[in-house]
Ligand binder design. Sequence first.
Ligand SMILES: [Zn+2]
Length: 439
Amino acid sequence: MGKVTERRRYRAGAVVLGDRAGTVFRDAVLDVDDGRIAWVGPAADAPPSDVPETQLPGLVSPGLVNAHAHSPMTLFRGIGEGLPLDRWLSEVMWPREGRLTADDVRAAMRLASAEMLRSGITTSVEMYMYADAVVDAVHESGARAVVMSPLLAAPGWEHMGSLDEQLDRATRHAERLRSDAYVEVGIGPHAAYTVPLDILCRAADLTREHGMLLHIHVAETQGEAAELEREHGVSVPRLLADNGILGGRVLAAHCVWMSDADLDLWAQYDVSVAHCPQSNAKLASGIAPLAGMLQRGIRVGLGTDGPASNNNLDLWEEIRLAAQLARLSALDAAALSATDAFWLAAEGSAAALGRSDIGVLETGRWADFCHIDTDDVAFIPVESDADLLTHLVWSAGSQHVRDTWVAGRQVVADGVCLTVDEPAARAEVRERAARLATG
Ligand SMILES: [Zn+2]
């Protein structure tokens, strides 16, 4: 897959950088060179250029970063509706997942990748079986991803091999993709209550040794790890800390049932969080203590979780719900500003992944961005620059994303994914989902 090596200049109606300050420029220029951002700012200050301008009349924003997903679960959308997480996993998901093939995962990831690119998500963190197939599909779609090699011993997963074999596979996977520009690999043990401590320790050692991301579910539901916590007499975060599992690049998904002491540990060990408000709401898991995380300086990003527990891959919905839940929890309409809510899905998520090359429009970072149609009722009226960000969070959504670029390459044009034949991908997933449902 070729990078875009030529220079491009985009002239936008407005640009939202995605930084914490909520910087907005109207009548702005974005220069791209060799897949990276060469310059961004007000058109009046732009350096001279002999490159013809491409007009983007709406608003340009950074590509969003989905900090937690199991995107191939697009095969299982809507399944087990109404079940709590434990029964949903053991009775509905794991038996179906036991029948999955690598080709199923590749087809599902291809469709999910198109769905994300069309909604302006340019990077996702993927935790799913057949990681090689996930990587293949991401390469096909031209998206960016951090792909975890999963570790899980669950009923029906026997064909994935023992945990030792899964760990060996993770190591080989990491070696194969070490210098890939689009896909970074990590290790994704499902959770402390599903993966033994000695395996978690080895996974942590391995990720630290290679600078990889360790991604794990923590405290998603109340009581999920009660047995483990009784056995050791401490909370799961404490258990992870005491066993040397923290201290590298650790991204913990959910983190709903965290005490103040647990949050202090996260701050102490610089563990980052993938906040998944919609999945937590739909499965009635609880509301994560976002304010407590941000107050402690914990890095937090937003994730959709899998499309079987969400039920889509729309990060704009997470932005809005994160702000709504933060405000409801505090009974304070200023608890999470529109600026902060958007920042969480952009620079916040990138920082949660430990990535300083994506997430915000800034010189030197990858040119991952999208063009949002502002000629719509959702953007009327605009009295100040700040209104653009407010509208982006509260009245606009994925349906307003018209075009998307990854590393300077256009992958969505006027709402159509250029890299994936979506009608064919939909037909294939429909067919495979029907087979998996019947066994
Ligand atoms: Zn998850």
